[in-house]
Design a protein around this ligand. Structure first.
Ligand code: PBG
Length: 312
């Protein structure tokens, strides 16, 4: 009765990776329990999550074809668009959030358009906005409930908001990856999404880990541009940022326990060095204590079941 913070499955979002095919469950080596799924398997996985009490999924696409304009990111029949239509038809009360980014769809693996010049390659911010906006609109057309831009280009929330409104999706909320740090904790995700940059890194667009005040400025900009919910990512190594974001803005705030956080717990548990269940729940509770309303975690289904068991 005196617990100040509570953990509950209805705060969880399960990230899922979808790729074309049938009956495909391709394990991600560095993330035990996580798979690249074909749409039929994705539906089965989403159904299990729903039955465990997890209300929402976050979709990432692994396209068969990549190019230098991320065509598959906004193709009407792209793999994410197909998956959204299927999920919304079969599980209408499941909240479907789509990750909006270009890196999985670009042959070079960057989150924006790249121009190569004599001084090396550069990411072009503004030309990337059009493609991101097209991707977001195509997700909304497929039936996505919420779009979540993770690219970290400047001005993308405003561009996506304007494009959604123009297309008639005035009620589709934007969950902005507002404070997303350039982090080594994304390593396993890049295997899962096949999105590692072919050259360079993401430090020209993602945030520098020493900077907490800058993270607040990034969040303020995204809110000004029309973000409805904001995110801090990664989670455990950025609890101070999470706390400050919630305290400063009071917005619905999501924390993303990223692939590396998940992999660390799984690896230690596999060796018998940590109690997986206790450590997972303690970590998620820490995010709640720091101010998160929404917890994005690859352990969502297990955690939901553990909470059920503990409730008897
Ligand atoms: C795409 C994106 C990334 C993650 C979510 N969206 C990877 C990156 O920025 O390199 C990472 C998620 C995770 O590690 O679990 N931009």
């Amino acid at each position: 009765m005196v617990a100040e913070t509570r953990l509950s499955a209805d705060q969880f979002v399960l990230p899922l990776f979808v790729r074309a095919g049938r009956k495909l469950r391709q394990p991600v080596k560095s993330m035990p329990g996580v798979f690249q799924l074909s749409p039929d398997e994705l539906l089965a996985e989403a159904r299990r999550a729903r039955e465990a009490g997890v209300p929402a999924v976050l979709l990432f696409g692994v396209p068969d074809r990549k190019d230098e304009k991320a065509s598959e990111a906004y193709a009407a029949n792209g793999v994410v668009q197909q998956a959204v239509r299927l999920l919304k038809r079969e599980l209408p009360d499941l909240l479907v959030i789509t990750d909006v980014c270009l890196c999985e769809y670009m042959s070079h693996g960057h989150c924006g358009v790249v121009r190569r010049g004599p001084a090396g390659a550069r990411i072009l911010n503004d030309p990337s906005l059009k493609l991101l906006a097209r991707a977001a609109v195509s997700h909304a057309e497929a039936g996505a409930d919420v779009v979540a831009p993770s690219d970290m280009m400047d001005g993308r929330v405003a561009a996506i908001r304007a494009a959604l409104d123009r297309a008639g999706f005035v009620d589709t909320p934007i969950l902005s990856y507002a404070a997303k740090f350039a982090s080594a904790f994304y390593g396993p995700f890049r295997e899962a999404a096949e999105s590692a940059p072919r050259f360079g890194d993401r430090r020209s667009y993602q945030m520098a880990s020493p900077n907490g005040a800058e993270a607040l400025r990034e969040v303020a900009l995204d809110i000004e541009e029309g973000a409805d919910l904001v995110m801090v990512k990664p989670a455990l190594a950025y609890l101070d940022v999470l706390y400050r974001v919630k305290a400063e803005f009071g917005y619905p705030t999501a924390a993303y326990a990223v692939s590396g956080e998940y992999a660390m717990i799984k690896a230690a548990a596999a060796n018998g060095w940590l109690d997986e269940r206790a450590v997972t729940l303690e970590s998620l509770l820490a995010l709640r204590r720091a101010g998160a309303d929404i917890l994005i975690t690859y352990a969502a289904v297990d955690a939901a079941r553990w909470l059920q068991e503990m409730a008897g």
